[in-house]
Design a protein around this ligand. Sequence first.
Ligand SMILES: Nc1ncnc2c1ncn2[C@@H]1O[C@H](COP(=O)(O)OP(=O)(O)OP(=O)(O)O)[C@@H](O)[C@H]1O
Ligand SMILES: [Mg+2]
Length: 445
Amino acid sequence: MSIAILDPDKSIVDILTDLIGDMGESPCPFTNKDKFLGAIDPKTHNIAIISDSFTDVIEGTKQVYPSIEIVAMGFGDATACLSVGAAHYLKKPFMANDIREIIRALLASPKGQSEVDKWSFITADQSMKKILEIIHKIAPTQAPVFIQGESGTGKEIIARYIHKHSKRNAGPYVGINLAAIPDTLLESELFGFEKGAFTGAYATRLGKFELAQGGTILLDEVTEISLGLQAKLLRVLQEKQIDRVGANSPISVDFRVIATTNRPIEEEIKEGRFRNDLFFRLNVIPIKIPPLRARKNDIIPLAMHFITKIANREKFGEKILTQGAKDTLTEYSWPGNVRELENAVERAMILTDGSEIAADNIMLGIDMTAAPSQNSAVGSTIHEMEKGLILSTLDHVDGNRTKAATLLGISIRTLRNKLNEYTEKGQFSDALSVKTSNGLSHNPS
Ligand SMILES: Nc1ncnc2c1ncn2[C@@H]1O[C@H](COP(=O)(O)OP(=O)(O)OP(=O)(O)O)[C@@H](O)[C@H]1O
Ligand SMILES: [Mg+2]
């Protein structure tokens, strides 16, 4: 596949041609609109970089060939190009790196896609690409996969990706978060129960293993279950048979198992909280997902992916990241990993009015998605955390309560009640009151 370039300025076309060639991709240069239109073809071109003096060409190409991704470029307003279907707008004069990043991001998305697939896996980082290669090799097999990684690194999305690329992809994908369900209910959730097995069991119910018949079961956060249940799970994995609660005879089930954890598994085993033999059963294919701070090349492509995803979902126009915004995103350490990045991009999309996201539209450090072990909030009460989050959000939006409530996902009335409570208890710092009383952006509610 090649990348088409159209700009009336030959020097621009030449620069882009060299740049794309240096990236190992094949450029297809045009300075003439009619020649471009005669040649453009989705069987040959997956991306087209088009000057914004040809918005009609951008619109026409996108309408006829929706699978071709279009990058518009120019000195003008991004909105006109983005509204007729360009995926990105590159402001001239651009840096070589800007165009490289955009092309990498477009090529990294599995289809070079226009419609954003909820489960598509984005990466431009070498270490992650190596992991994806391994995943492609092991996906078609029946081998159990054990995925380790900090919270928010993408363990679940990898699990779905493996299922999607397995021979079982016509079968069901059934996930269960073992940390979210109390231990007393887990056994019947996993293995099901017979009618009359216990008070309230009015009808027979299938468990997750039976529901995963012919497909894949994801045991999410597997290190969270009791030793008793670990013993039962081990037996199920060995025998490929389950016992419904209250049943007399076992039932054979055909499934492939994927398990995840965000805890250091060696320590869990050493401390006697996780059975070694169960770990060996699950850990046939170990996959370790690096934290986002260890694969910085992924940050901007992921951010762009989330911009498109959120723009599609919210019916917003797409927005571009300024160089300052890119630097801010790249320098940050992302304790909450990709989930925190997604949240930060979503906040920036909501808060930014124009078509550009600048560095100060990006709010960092208010996520609580980090793994507890790295969370400086350990030792604070929920009340203190909540107060901290509310006050820092308000501070960030210059006291605008409407924006703060939107970002926090609460009603303005709830926000007001909380603030009244802090004021009554003398916990509401004057600093914030001063900031909000200057009348600049304070939104009385
Ligand atoms: N490489 C990626 N490409 C696209 N989206 C991603 C990628 N990695 C993570 N995400 C998105 O980030 C969010 C967090 O990912 P996911 O739920 O898979 O993380 P996790 O490791 O299972 O987190 P937790 O340990 O908290 O359960 C999801 O919305 C997911 O779609
Ligand atoms: Mg998960």
